[in-house]
Design a protein around this ligand. Structure first.
Ligand code: NAG
Ligand code: NAG
Ligand code: NAG
Ligand code: NAG
Length: 648
């Protein structure tokens, strides 16, 4: 999976800009911004071309005259009914669609106007609207802080924190303050870190703002000043939060303050502030290299842990191992050697344009002192997204090493011609992609019980139709299935298929099946997401190999069908699944999801060989690989040799 592409998925930066615009123009939206190039009102609103829409440019926003859907903050009927593509207009007016109603959803309940609750979960509301409403709402609430000195700053913090909070409820990371606002915040927080009296004043003048300010700046402080400063910064938060009485926090939340702490729960873990864990009782001893030639590839750790999170396993694994009882500083007793490098953290770690982050001059034989002993067979490299092409000199040098990777098969390497790269059963370790804990929480909040799910099938993702990156999908031999899915399911009843959408979480969480087609490579993060959305994954990627097959009974909770399957046939097949069978699959998805949650396994729970975490799954396989690495008949010979001369 080419992680770099994901920067333009659902970013709240755009959301923020739009919403500010909407505030100025009185909530009417900015229709004129919708149209450029070949995209015009006729093509998009009248002909309803699906290519028009993405996370930001939604039909609802750009075509208000062409539909009778709600205006800002107002949804007719019971808003909790309008998920998964069902609308008041389709169900409650004359000639309602037949599939609107079942045991759970009835006209008596859904067609009676109800108020949208002012705070809390924005069921059924479009993210952009929820966002605009929340921001407008909190600007009318009192600040509740000592305002004499920093009133404006507290207000800015409150609005920024709210926008991030709402974005995250919909699974998007949200945009931190930028420009002047960012400068003000950074200065303020650094002053708190360096000046005890300033901190004492700040924490009592506006404690919720103090917490939010730290949450919004700590990643940047790590980038600019290093992990030590970031730890000192986050420590202030850890000290302050538990001293606030819950009544005070509740009162603050009533006037619109939000707590961003949840989404930063990874920070103390990756900064090593939680102390050591027991490595799930593993006896392996792992030596972690500190390679000067790769020093730039292990920082900034906080930014790399968050950036393109589905590719960030190299950060998770490095920091998890580094804080475990499995590490040894004595190379002589080490079973395995770990080479830390956040190889998928583009643009933070000085990668060159072709996507190769390892510096050209890095040579394992020269720079890793223990590499040659077993021809690299006891050395570990992590590939969080995309292998390098096979012809790359580094891949040749480390071809006997253990790869911990999410890629089971990769057809086109972004950094080279059409080369094949794949995972090897006998030496590599296949792991799931990383999903940040805040996203998992948001997915679970959208995960509805199977019997309430109104959609049969959902898929929203990039394809060759995409204006900007479609050419990559066109040239991938694997991605053609995505076009066929969208062509067929776009118009099918009770199905939702197309490009990324802003209410993606709502749709996935209300669909019985989620289609998981191959993309640029064989795996996609959508597969692991489906466990948290609770939709049954239908895998359509012939080359994919699934991780943790010893832990998870994949065939009891998912389907794999040929990527070439006829879509109508697939539709019929899925439609024939009975509720009882779906419920059983859904229960198994729930039981198995801990294997895909990288926030599990950092504390007490990792003290013994039990429980469930991707790290446990990884260690179990790694132990077998370690066994082989040293005793393989293929690593006996040195790289060069000649017979020892006779001495008689
Ligand atoms: C929207 O509602 C008006 C009346 O309220 C109706 O005349 C019009 O046809 C509706 N438009 C659509 C697209 O349903
Ligand atoms: C949003 O804010 C509420 C109230 O402070 C908090 O409970 C919740 O965890 C926040 N959610 C996210 C995703 O930040
Ligand atoms: C990375 O940096 C290059 C050059 O500065 C820029 O052109 C590119 O868009 C950046 N990529 C991402 C994903 O930010
Ligand atoms: C959906 O149906 C409409 C009208 O029946 C048709 O014009 C359009 O091409 C279809 N869209 C897709 C993606 O098949």
């Amino acid at each position: 999976m080419p992680g770099r592409l994901f920067s333009f998925l659902l970013t709240a930066a755009v959301v923020l800009r739009l919403t500010e615009g909407e505030k100025e123009s009185g909530g009417s939206g900015q229709k004129h911004q919708c149209w450029h190039g070949d995209y015009d009102e006729h093509r998009c609103c009248v002909e309803k071309d699906p290519d028009c829409w993405d996370a930001v440019f939604t039909e609802k926003r750009c075509c208000p005259l062409w539909s009778n859907t709600s205006t800002l903050g107002k949804t007719r009927g019971d808003p909790t009914c309008w998920v998964g593509g069902f609308k008041f207009e389709d169900c409650c007016l004359e000639d309602p669609k037949e599939e609107c109603w079942d045991n759970e959803f009835r006209p008596e309940r859904c067609c009676v106007d109800r108020d949208v609750p002012l705070t809390g979960f924005f069921a059924g509301e479009d993210p952009l609207e929820a966002f605009a409403r929340r921001i407008a709402e909190i600007s009318t609430f009192p600040l509740g802080c000592e305002e004499e000195r920093l009133g404006e700053v507290w207000r800015m913090i409150k609005e920024s924190a709210t926008s991030i909070n709402v974005s995250r409820i919909y699974g998007s990371p949200g945009e931190k303050p930028s420009g002047e606002n960012a400068d003000v915040l950074n200065k303020l927080v650094l002053k708190w870190v360096n000046d005890e009296r300033a901190w004492q004043w700040g924490r009592s003048a506006c404690p919720m703002a103090a917490l939010a300010a730290i949450d919004m700046t700590v990643v940047g402080i790590d980038r600019r000043f290093g992990a030590e400063k970031a730890r000192a910064t986050y420590q202030l938060r850890l000290d302050l939060a538990p001293t606030l009485p819950s009544t005070q926090v509740e009162a603050a939340e009533k006037i619109g303050w939000v707590d961003l702490g949840d989404a930063n729960e990874f920070i103390p873990r990756v900064l090593g502030m939680h102390g050591e864990h027991g490595c799930f009782g593993s006896k392996l001893k792992i030596f972690i290299y500190n390679v000067p030639e790769l020093a730039h590839m292990v920082r900034p750790v906080l930014a790399c842990a968050q950036k393109m999170p589905q590719c960030a396993v190299s950060v998770q694994i490095h920091r998890w191992l580094a804080t475990s009882t499995c590490v040894t500083e004595d190379a002589q007793e080490a079973d395995l050697f770990y080479v830390p490098a956040y190889e998928a953290c583009y643009n933070e770690t000085a990668c060159v344009e072709d996507g190769r982050c390892f510096p050209k001059e890095f040579d394992p034989v020269k720079h890793l002192p223990y590499f040659e002993r077993y021809r690299g067979a006891d050395h570990i490299f992590v590939f969080g997204c995309n292998f390098l092409p096979f012809e790359d000199p580094l891949m040749t040098a480390i071809r006997q090493s253990i790869f911990i990777t999410v890629e089971s098969f990769q057809a086109v390497s972004l950094s080279g011609p059409n080369l094949f790269a794949w995972f090897s059963h006998w030496k590599d370790v296949l792991i799931p992609g990383n999903i940040p804990a805040y996203k998992i929480k948001a997915m679970l909040a959208h995960n509805t019980p199977m019997y309430k799910r109104r959609l049969l099938v959902a898929f929203h993702g990039h394809s060759s139709r995409n204006k900007k990156i479609g050419h990559m999908y066109k040239s991938s031999p694997l991605a053609e299935v995505r076009d066929r899915i969208i062509n067929y399911f776009f118009n099918a009843s009770r199905c939702s298929a197309g490009p990324p959408v802003s209410d993606y979480f709502l749709r996935m969480g209300t669909s019985r099946f989620c289609l998981i087609p191959a993309g640029l490579t064989a795996w996609t993060i959508h597969l692991y997401e489906s466990f948290f959305f609770g939709c049954v994954p239908v895998i359509m990627s012939d080359e994919v190999i699934l991780p943790f097959q010893e832990e998870i009974d994949w065939s009891s909770l998912s389907l794999q069908v040929p990527a070439s399957i006829d879509m109508e046939e697939l539709h019929k097949k899925l439609d024939a699944y009975r509720m009882g069978r779906l419920k059983a699959m859904s229960r198994r998805l729930t039981e198995a999801r801990c294997w895909f949650d990288y926030s599990l396994g950092w504390g007490q729970e990792a003290s013994a060989r039990k429980g469930c975490s991707p790290f446990l799954g990884m260690m179990k396989v790694l132990e077998k690989r370690a066994e082989l690495a040293r005793h393989s008949p293929y690593s006996r010979l040195k790289r060069f040799w000649e017979p020892i001369p006779h001495t008689d």
